[in-house]
Design a protein around this ligand. Structure first.
Ligand code: ATP
Ligand code: MG
Length: 209
């Protein structure tokens, strides 16, 4: 399966979710490739910060030809994660076209959710060429022990795109793990952050069945 992490808005958690999802899939025994399609190269930085054995392969491909090259580059992998760029439309479009499913991280504020209109539009345009393309929101940086405000649910419901039931909480461990080029499960295997990543992965797999 090819999972694209896209949102034209910056800093919503595309890279954080991309590396942890890739790690979670690899941990379960899959052969995983992470394509860094962002000129910022954050996923490559993550891999460079890592000491010791890589969990999965990471390649940089910040080009508008990802969708054409992915067939060749992705050979031999069970799952491919594409970490998309913020803002750059032609790169985002190519990353979307490369994906089987686009996971759109959004922070739990109506402004952030409205800002996702841009990527939802790009996905709609891509569907003209790729009818089977799926998309789903994932709420990231939820504040622990709070219900999601009703206005957040309403903003999500204003799109014809479903949202995952499982959400990811704001937790320092995500930033700490990133600084060491690690996945959260490597720091706290039984902790809540790793459990949320597992739950998001499981829900995504179920949707794609
Ligand atoms: N659930 C979380 N809890 C705590 N910190 C988080 C969480 N998700 C992301 N962050 C932090 O927020 C910042 C932005 O996250 P990240 O780089 O994953 O976003 P991005 O969408 O890839 O950004 P860009 O658009 O620049 O590529 C990072 O410092 C990251 O460590
Ligand atoms: Mg990023």
């Amino acid at each position: 399966m090819i999972i694209g992490l896209l949102n034209q808005k910056g800093g919503v958690g595309k890279t954080t979710i991309a590396v942890n999802l890739a790690a979670s899939l690899a941990r379960a025994g899959a052969r995983v490739l992470l394509i860094d399609a962002d000129p910022q190269g954050s996923a490559l930085d993550w891999a460079a910060a890592r000491e010791g054995e890589p969990l999965f392969a990471v390649v940089g491909l910040p080009r508008a030809t990802v969708h054409k090259e992915i067939g060749t580059i992705g050979q031999g992998y069970d799952h491919i994660i594409v970490d998309g760029p913020p803002r750059v439309t032609d790169l985002a479009r190519s990353a979307i076209m490369a994906s089987d499913v686009v996971l759109i991280p959004v922070q739990p504020s109506p402004y952030d959710i409205w800002a996702a209109g841009e990527v939802v539009k790009l996905i709609d345009e891509a569907r003209v060429y790729k009818e089977s393309l799926k998309s789903v929101f994932v709420v990231n940086r939820k504040i622990a022990n709070t219900a999601i405000a009703r206005d957040v649910d309403e903003a999500l419901a204003s799109y014809p795109v479903p949202a995952l039931v499982n959400r990811i909480t704001q937790r320092v461990i995500f930033a700490e793990a990133a600084a060491q080029g690690k996945a959260v499960h490597e720091i706290d295997a039984d902790g809540p952050a790793a459990a949320e990543i597992e739950a998001v992965k499981a829900e995504l797999m179920e949707i794609m069945q």
